[in-house]
Design a protein around this ligand. Structure first.
Ligand code: F6R
Length: 251
């Protein structure tokens, strides 16, 4: 099903596989139209299927990333790149090790930056210079995008974040225990995300249904950071049935 609401294009797909294929198709189309595209990328469990599909399509010669540039949304802080829970490791494991994005065009926030402020300023400057053509987003149970937690100032650029308890608990599933989850992160800000030319947000599972509902039907408020997307002029939301369960009868 495809609907438009408040200017957002919303796809409700049958299941996680279809959601992942659809999201991958947006990236493939973007790179086909503009091989030198700048892609904004997300981590977490939601986009794993999308990366799997992109790797398959790359291996089938359906897409060529040799001219693309990428910027990842966020990284835990502090964390060593080599830690298998770092977003750096995630991105290489799921995507970069299997495709031909030039290594010198991959940008991931540095979880070991010594001068955090200087690092954030340089990441911000690099994003502003390149301008992201297509930004992929997931959404947190609390409505965060990137690691922009509730009550974020919308005008924030790349910054150091203290993670919400809810986010730490949600991400504990990737670690041995909740105590191992880093308490901070570096994240692109809402300003960086809103500056992207096109945004594709993906969500699956019941746990996201409420946040998806508020993102689309709620007020635009820093308490639900994803609600800012109502003000962007090119947003596509791709959901599975469960993530769409609170909105399906309202579209
Ligand atoms: C990840 C990110 C986060 C996640 C969100 C959902 O780079 O920026 O906003 O997209 O926490 O995570 P998952 O997909 O694990 O439910």
């Amino acid at each position: 099903m495809k609907k438009t609401y408040k200017g957002m294009t919303i796809y409700v797909m049958d299941d996680y596989e279809q959601m992942s294929e659809k999201a991958a198709s947006f990236i493939v189309a973007q790179v086909m139209i503009k091989p030198e595209s700048v892609l904004g990328l997300a981590t977490g469990s939601t986009p794993e299927g999308m990366y799997k599909s992109l790797v398959q399509r790359y291996k089938a010669h359906d897409v060529d990333f040799s001219e693309t540039t990428t910027f990842n949304l966020d990284e835990y802080y502090p964390i060593e790149a080599a830690n298998e829970q770092s977003y750096y490791s995630y991105m290489y494991r799921n995507f970069f090790d299997h495709v031909n994005v030039p290594k010198d065009r991959i940008h991931i926030p540095d979880g070991q930056a010594e001068d955090v402020e200087a690092f954030c300023a340089s990441y911000d400057a690099a994003i502003n210079e390149e301008i992201i053509d297509l930004q992929i987003l997931g959404i947190g149970n609390n409505g965060h995008i990137g690691f922009n937690e509730p009550d974020i100032r919308f005008e924030t650029g790349t910054h150091r974040v203290t993670l919400d308890e809810e986010t730490i608990e949600a991400n504990a599933r990737f670690f041995q225990s909740v105590d191992e989850v880093p308490k901070e992160a570096l994240s692109m800000g809402i300003r960086n995300i809103m500056h992207s030319k096109k945004i594709v947000l993906i969500a699956n599972g019941k746990g996201k249904a409420q946040a998806v509902h508020e993102m689309i039907f709620g007020d635009v408020t820093p308490q639900l950071p994803a609600s800012i997307l109502q003000l962007h002029n090119d947003v596509t939301v791709i959901l599975d049935q469960e993530a769409a369960s609170e909105i399906i009868n309202k579209l």
